[in-house]
Design a protein around this ligand. Structure first.
Ligand SMILES: *Cc1c(COP(=O)(O)O)cnc(C)c1O
Length: 389
């Protein structure tokens, strides 16, 4: 392991915590029962384990256990929330409001609904990545059925003002969905206090297993109606059929329990590591932090470097540190990040950005090594640039 690059890409995914793995193992082997089997102990013990996870997840967001619908992750949860509401509230209206910096798992279902005749308003963001609440209010109409705004952004880590958005939506009796894939276990999330009606969660961004997530669906004040997007055995109260993936589910619950328990101390530690990294690399001329400097996830540092080629920079970093650059590769086409473009960045600056995602297993020594290598890489790229002029 020691000769592999330092992992600083925790917004893409996180390593599974060993405590979570150990908790999952029996559910692959002796406790393999189908949680829907009611006639024997194999089914009962699986059902009990799933129930316990529902309780921990509900407790983490101040919901009720019956309001948790398990899915394969946040992508599916977002699809279920957005398409499920669109279908169920079709007769009330066909207008949905979302934001330019949302994850594709929100933007693409909206785009799909548009092709079916729905109207989608995509709100812009300010230069700090936050939405303008006045623009949100202006966008709402009598036929608006859903507002979808993410809790924490996956590129720049900024935290949208959920409490204010929730209040506005509740006043107008419009459903509020939030994609909290990056937020669960990292910041406090209270569905009552924030007036959230639907919330997408995933385990693999919070040191849990991949392939499991959930959608919180409010059952009271108001009761959210949702049209199933996957039909079958009627699991999850008909909202998402399919045999429950018990090992992943118990791992999800354990991962969230640990994260909530350690949230405060871990956020402090991550803030220290991020501050340390920024203090070191900010000696570089023409380096900027992207997104609001304070209202962001503790482990996120997203920066742009002037006059440096983004592809060359990420190539230079690769052997020492695993990070994501601000370019998205889609079908062999390298494009600058649409999130940074939404913040008003030029193609060039958006392209020369690096996202550091610091996590639970990163150390001070690693941060120092990354900072040193980063400075060296930028300096040498700038030298070649000058030499080639
Ligand atoms: C990772 C992520 C997703 C997708 O989650 P999966 O569980 O991988 O499907 C959706 N939204 C945000 C904000 C994310 O960071």
């Amino acid at each position: 392991m020691s000769n592999r690059p330092i992992y600083l890409d925790c917004h893409a995914t996180t390593p599974l915590d060993e405590r979570v793995l150990n908790f999952m193992i029996p559910y692959f082997t002796e406790k393999f029962g189908n949680a829907a089997s009611v006639n024997h102990v194999y089914g009962w013990e699986s059902e009990a384990a799933v129930k316990q996870t529902r309780r921990s997840l509900a407790a983490a967001i101040n919901a009720n256990p019956e309001e948790i619908v398990f899915t394969s992750g946040a992508t599916e949860a977002n699809n279920l929330a957005i398409k499920g509401v669109a279908e169920a509230y079709f007769s009330k209206g066909q207008h949905i409001v979302t934001v330019a910096t949302e994850h594709k798992a929100v933007l693409d279902p909206c785009e799909y609904l548009k092709s079916l005749g729905f109207e989608i308003t995509i709100l812009p963001v300010n230069q700090d990545g936050l939405i303008d609440l006045e623009l949100l209010e202006k966008a709402l109409r009598d036929d608006t059925i859903l507002v979808s705004v993410m809790a924490a952004n996956n590129e720049i880590g900024v935290l949208q003002p959920l409490a204010e958005i929730g209040k506005i939506c509740r006043q107008r009796e419009i459903l509020f969905h939030t994609d909290a894939a990056q937020a669960i276990g990292k910041i406090p999330l209270d569905v009552e206090e924030l007036n959230i009606d639907l919330m997408s969660l995933t385990a693999h961004k919070v040191y849990g297993p991949k392939g499991i997530g959930a959608l919180y669906v409010r059952r009271r004040n108001p009761k959210v109606k949702l049209a199933a997007q996957q039909h079958g055995g009627g699991h999850e109260r008909g909202m998402r059929s399919g045999t429950l993936y018990t090992p992943q589910i118990v791992g999800f619950g354990k991962a969230v329990e640990i994260a909530i328990l350690e949230q405060e101390t871990e956020n402090q530690r991550l803030t220290e590591l991020r501050t340390r990294l920024w203090q070191k690399i900010s000696i570089i001329e023409g380096i900027y932090i992207n997104g609001h400097p304070q209202k962001r996830l503790a482990g996120n540092l997203n920066i742009s470097v002037e006059g440096v080629d983004g592809a060359a920079l990420s190539l230079g970093l690769q052997p020492i540190v695993a990070v994501s650059s601000g370019s998205a590769c889609s079908s062999h086409h390298v494009a600058p990040s649409y999130v940074l473009k939404a913040l008003g960045y030029s193609d060039k600056l958006a392209y020369a950005s690096i996202r550091f995602g610091i996590g639970r297993f990163n150390t001070v020594a690693e941060i120092d090594q990354v900072a040193e290598h980063f400075i060296m890489t930028v300096n040498s790229l700038r030298k070649t640039l000058v030499a080639s002029r």
